[in-house]
Design a protein around this ligand. Structure first.
Ligand SMILES: CC(C)[C@H](C(=O)O)[C@@H](O)C(=O)O
Ligand code: SF4
Length: 462
């Protein structure tokens, strides 16, 4: 029977089946400081050891400040953050789990580090106590974000117990115009299918436009699968994948035939299908408080009064009020206070190159505070070697150390109440970047354009 990519990875990892649930073997378990402490505590309380410490890697990202990391946990002012980071240091040491501690140049955001280290492998299974684990699907790895009790279960058994999700295919074709990046494709899919358009499915992204993306772009796309309601995202591995991995792992030729064979069979059937054409897409900017509340940068925010559905109307009214926008207002030209370039969506070298290319010879607009937070210490180092850091600093950007930073208000990088931010992250929820902060999601190039003009700007006109 014809099988999807999801079927193939799934079938190769089944340990046992029971009443519709499957025990799936987990090849790699990524840990971070926020969701792991209780899981380790539960394990210890149950008197159980970590089953396969060599299949775990611990990283420090959500709570870390993005300055002074060489000082280690001593640099962390917040007591709760310090405690969580300290517990992951203790737990990784106690259970023999490899870690890249704060200040280690290999440390950074979990979803940036594992691919960069060549740990995210086609056809493998990967879990992390973090919703954006879908990012790793860019390599054809089946990657699930899991909760704290599941983390404990994986630590104890190296398996995950779950029902098999159905597969959905999102096909993107057409040629993306200038400055229509992977982020714009993802926001375009979100605008088309909504935040529950893929609910409980695993999305396979397919089609020529997806094939043309770099690995960085594919990771951005799969990162946002979770915002579409999906359990995860997947892209079939191909020559682009193999080149990325060969650069990190050396000779991978023995694996390539099996990895290539992971692609969905041509006659495989998907439970759901969606099509999006890149031809029609412009650079996208979110206006509201869900990632699907997004319009082309040259568009206008909606007028709730035109909606027949009362629930949609109320949700739009609330989002407009929170964002301090009026119905029908043009987005371009809206003044911004802050710019955040970073997060597991857009903090890789290609993202930073796009920003540097735009701001080279320009200046951050007066009154705007703009920060760039590389996704890992190695991205940071590479950007320094390529002269990107110098270009950004010369333009007036704050060049910081790696971490989740202002993607989520769990560390000192936060918006003040009422501040409006052009952000390359993935979530624009109320209060996420700081209490009362107003987030506009967009691509790195669009955020760079906002930084130098001080306004939401159509980067194509710069
Ligand atoms: C802290 C963590 C549990 C959370 C997640 O799972 O997504 C965070 O990474 C986020 O992006 O909101
Ligand atoms: S960068 Fe943001 S979205 Fe990604 S793991 Fe960190 S907090 Fe979550």
């Amino acid at each position: 029977m014809a099988r999807t990519l999801l079927d193939k990875v799934w079938d190769a990892h089944v340990v046992a089946e029971d009443g519709g649930e499957t025990l799936l073997y987990v090849d790699l378990h990524l840990l971070h400081e926020v969701t792991s402490p209780q899981a380790f505590a539960g394990l210890v309380a149950a008197g159980r050891p970590v089953r396969a410490p060599a299949r775990a890697l611990a990283l420090f990202d959500h709570n870390v400040p993005t300055t002074d990391q060489a000082r280690g946990i001593g640099a962390v002012a917040d007591p709760e953050a310090r405690a969580q980071l300290g517990r992951l240091m203790e737990n990784s040491a106690r259970h023999g789990i490899e870690r890249f501690a704060m200040g280690d140049p290999r440390n950074g955001i979990v979803h940036v580090v594992a691919p960069e280290q060549g740990r995210t492998i086609p056809g493998s299974t990967l879990v992390c106590g973090d919703s954006h684990t879908s990012t790793h699907g860019a390599f054809g790895a089946l990657a699930f974000g899991i909760g704290t009790s599941q983390i404990e279960h994986v630590l104890a058994t190296q398996t995950l117990r779950l029902r098999k999700p159905p597969a959905m295919r999102v096909t993107i074709d057409g040629v993306a115009g200038p400055f229509v990046s992977a982020k714009d494709l993802a926001l375009g899919v979100l605008a088309a299918i909504g935040v529950d358009g893929a609910i409980d499915h695993v999305i396979e992204f397919a089609g020529p436009t997806v094939r043309a993306l770099s690995m960085e772009g594919r990771m951005t796309l799969c990162n946002l699968a979770i915002e579409m309601g999906a359990r995860s995202g997947l892209i079939a591995p191909d020559d682009t994948t193999f080149a990325y991995l060969a650069a990190r792992l050396g000779d991978i030729s023995a694996h390539v035939p099996a990895w290539r064979a992971l692609a969905s069979d041509t006659d495989a059937v998907f439970a759901r299908e969606a099509h999006v054409s890149a031809d029609a897409l412009a650079p996208m900017v979110s206006w509201g408080t869900t990632p699907a509340q997004v319009v082309p940068v040259d568009g206008r925010v909606p007028d709730p009064a035109t909606h027949a559905d009362a629930a949609v109307r109320r949700a739009q009214e609330r989002a407009l009020a929170y964002m301090d926008l009026v119905p029908g207002q043009a987005l371009a030209g809206l003044p911004i206070d802050r710019v955040f370039i970073g997060s597991c969506t857009n903090s890789r070298i290609e993202d930073l190159r796009a920003v540097a290319a735009l701001v080279d010879g320009r200046r951050v607009a007066p009154g705007v505070r703009a920060m760039v937070v590389p996704g890992s210490g190695l991205v940071r180092r590479q950007a320094e070697n390529e002269g990107i850091a110098e270009t950004l600093r010369a333009a007036g950007f704050d060049w910081r150390e790696p971490g989740c930073s202002m993607c989520v208000g769990m560390n000192p990088d936060r918006l003040a109440t009422g501040e409006r931010c052009a952000s390359t992250s993935n979530r624009n929820f109320e209060n996420r970047q700081g209490t009362g902060g107003r987030t506009h999601l967009m691509s790195p190039a669009s955020a760079a354009a906002a930084a130098v003009t001080g306004r939401i700007t159509d980067v194509r006109t710069l």
